[in-house]
Design a protein around this ligand. Structure first.
Ligand code: ATP
Ligand code: MG
Length: 248
């Protein structure tokens, strides 16, 4: 379906289409579509734009990725469907490895995601070869499997659209966790070290641009970043928007 650019919800409908294509191509599962719906609702509440608060988190994230010894980008079906090119670009801009890591694991889906990433220029994709599988302690079943050459060895992990249990397990495992999560109240948002409250579709290109700029101009002086305070600001934005909507 072609959506006219003038449609008031053109951007969010375009994002939905990407998810639906990802579902048809075997990258996304039904649960992924539902998780997206949850995200859409919060996107509406934050005003469907990248706030100053999110820009601050993006700056902190870019700095953390660039100063990491071993950064890894964890990729699930939704992320691969929404921004495959940006995953590869961010990996190139930061030297981060790419690892496919699924909540609902399936070899077929892993391969479909890896193929999409390859089509978008990725060379090395971790998380596919069972020879390198390792377990994260304190996490149940298939969800604890990570790649020895990737997340298992990483110091900084970018886990966009992640489930809370996994984020908590990664934290307990000593990782510095960065996430994209539209819900500032989710367990992932509240547990991560740096939470970018923004749609990955909007935030990933800004994160890539920021990494490139910092690499070109130097990191400069480190500014303080407090994730809890930053999340609080996003919650205040939601409260203000709700008040404005109910007064309209
Ligand atoms: P948690 O387990 O962290 O408490 P949850 O159970 O509410 O969160 P999950 O389905 O586990 O939700 O995680 C998916 C998260 O991804 C949700 O918080 C959702 O708001 C967010 N999300 C969905 N789509 C996007 C998107 N395009 N960009 C950024 N975040 C998104
Ligand atoms: Mg969850």
């Amino acid at each position: 379906m072609l959506i006219p650019k003038t449609h008031p919800r053109a951007a969010s409908l375009h994002i939905r289409e990407k998810l639906v294509h990802g579902f048809r191509d075997g990258l996304v599962v039904e649960e992924g579509l539902l998780a997206h719906g949850r995200g859409e609702m919060f996107d509406y509440l934050i005003g469907e734009k990248t706030s100053k608060t999110s820009h601050d988190a993006i700056n902190a994230a870019a700095r953390a990725l660039l100063t990491a010894k071993f950064p890894v980008i964890s990729v699930n079906g939704n992320l691969a469907a929404l921004c495959p090119r940006e995953i590869v670009e961010l990996s190139k801009a930061t030297g981060a490895k790419i690892e496919v890591n699924l909540f609902y694991a399936s070899e077929k889906r892993k391969k479909a995601i890896a193929q999409t990433l390859k089509k978008n220029g990725a060379r090395e994709i971790l998380g596919i070869d069972p020879k390198f599988a390792k377990r994260i302690p304190r996490l149940d079943s298939a969800r604890r499997i990570v790649d020895r050459r990737g997340i298992f060895s990483a110091d900084v992990v970018l886990v966009p659209l992640e489930d809370g249990d996994r984020t908590i397990a990664l934290k307990k495992f000593g990782k510095n966790v960065i996430t994209f999560d539209l819900n500032p109240m989710s367990r992932t948002a509240q547990t991560a070290d740096i939470t970018i409250v923004d749609n990955v579709i909007r935030g990933m290109p800004i994160l890539i641009g920021t990494c490139k700029k910092l690499t070109k101009n130097g990191l400069g002086k480190k500014s303080k970043f407090d994730n809890k305070k930053n999340l609080e600001k996003s919650i205040i934005t939601i409260r203000k928007n709700l008040r404005r909507m109910s007064n309209a």
